[in-house]
Design a protein around this ligand. Sequence first.
Ligand SMILES: [Zn+2]
Length: 106
Amino acid sequence: MAEETTPQGTSPAAPPPAPPATPPPAAAEAAPPVQKIKVRKPRQRSCDEKDAKGKLCAGHLKRWYDYPKDVEAKIGKDAEIYRCEFCKTLYKPDPKQMPHSFTLRY
Ligand SMILES: [Zn+2]
């Protein structure tokens, strides 16, 4: 009695090694929002930024004292800067209206 067992000798061809993974393309889309700095118009006291729908922001411009270092790099130390309370747009004072002695005070 010859019992013939077919040996599992022929292994199927091994799949080729996976190609080296290509690095994903550098997606530099998620840039941090840039702080917008505008120059205040004479006697401007509310924000005139418009949103995507064209609606006027009209936020109150407040004097901003404790601005962070990256803002300081742009406007200088101890600079006079105002910030909209709603959209956070920064406003520099009108360079023609520097706070001198003859400046009108309200
Ligand atoms: Zn605003």
